[in-house]
Design a protein around this ligand. Sequence first.
Ligand code: NAD
Length: 457
Amino acid sequence: MFDAAVCQCDLPEGLAEKIKVCNATYVTRFGVRLRGRMHTFTGWRSVHSSHNRPAKGGIRFAQDADQDEVEALAALMTYKCALMRLPFGGSKGALRIDPSEWSEVELEKITRRFAQELLAHEFLSSASNVPAPDMGTTELNMMWIADEYRRSRPQDVNALACVTGKPVGGGGIEGRTEATGRGVQFAMREFFRHESDRGRAGFRDESLAGLTCVIQGLGNVGYHAAKFLSEEDGVKIVTVIERTGVVRNADGIDIEALKTHLLKTGSVAGFAGGEISAPDMGALCDACDILIPAAAEGAITSENADGIRARLIVEAANGPVTKAADAILRERGVVIIPDLFANAGGVVVSYFEWVKNLSHIPFGLMERRLEEDEHRLLARSLEQMTGRTFPVENSRYLEGRSEITLVRSGLDDVMRAAYHRMTTLWNAGNGRYADLRTAAYAIAIDEVAEAYRAIGL
Ligand code: NAD
């Protein structure tokens, strides 16, 4: 995917190779005494590019994690941050572990031990490398990492900025947990605002209301995307594919009810709000308008790409469509909103959290009351001038902006601006950019190259 785009970029000889390779990967094997014996765990932290510092990217806990995957995901982070114009290099980490096999107390011990390893080898700090949650990790893991760092470096006033995705009470930011799913929603809204783009996928209207959607994975990203799309945009989620089974309901699945059931029972079995069947990747080919893979890599391959019936695929997961499948789908006219844009909401809000931690002041603190006073003054003046009462339905205007409002607005802005860059290239490139992904990669590669040019390389 990099190669398909880089040939459209005008780079000095050798720079493409420099940008493409992963700078460094740290492998750690460490022991933790648990359940009466020593257990050895293997983990990785890759820095793909440090053209900007710190390098940024999630840490995943997964049984099938390996070095190749971590390096590929670190590369994706470089391009994602560059496309979104965030001042970060790209990084990624993983621990080979099935988190469901361990209790919370055990996971805390393992996470803290992993954090010590990263810290000791300079792969963790607000200035050099800042992790975030990913598959199999949550805000709790991030809090343990921050706490471990804080204990080891008590003099570092920016200790909390060594990791993002922390709980709000632990130095996090409102809206981080929902951010990736929220970003998926904003990405889709922006795509549908562009008549020529939605037209390529055969959609006439700007509104998403009534469109049907299949979603794979109801974890952090999938749940929030499905919830917002169904509750706020009127999208009908007709199929949810989870590890434990498939849920179908032609009238639309109640996502909140399904998530509550999943959290309570650990499985989709017994959920009353739809028809339940055994786990089946074939459900990715269910009839729908939009397919959102939000689980893991490689869900759509050359094996099933021909059977996909959606007209639009939104890559909420990282790398859910293989290169071979990508070509088949493009040939068939299926439009893909690529991962480096579609799921960038997480890292965008992580950026806000990092800035909040470094500035040591919550967003909106200095302006909120001032704004409220100014807006009330304006409303009172209008009332005096017109002799009419300021409408109650507009009372939101009278309130100062809260952190969550600012975060959502900032995220929307960054998503829209990045989409604008992508669609401009896609539509004005005289067919040189075969799809949104190629355009996105070309923009990202140019951004990274620009950083190298700026320092005279
Ligand atoms: P998560 O662990 O919270 O959720 C993953 C969900 O997918 C789980 O419910 C799991 O049961 C399900 N799942 C896993 N394999 C499956 C399969 N084969 N079939 C059906 N369901 C399956 O993870 P997440 O944080 O939601 O991440 C999901 C994807 O989004 C990953 O590719 C991740 O790299 C990407 N991503 C996450 C974030 C973030 O902020 N969490 C940001 C950007 C990208």
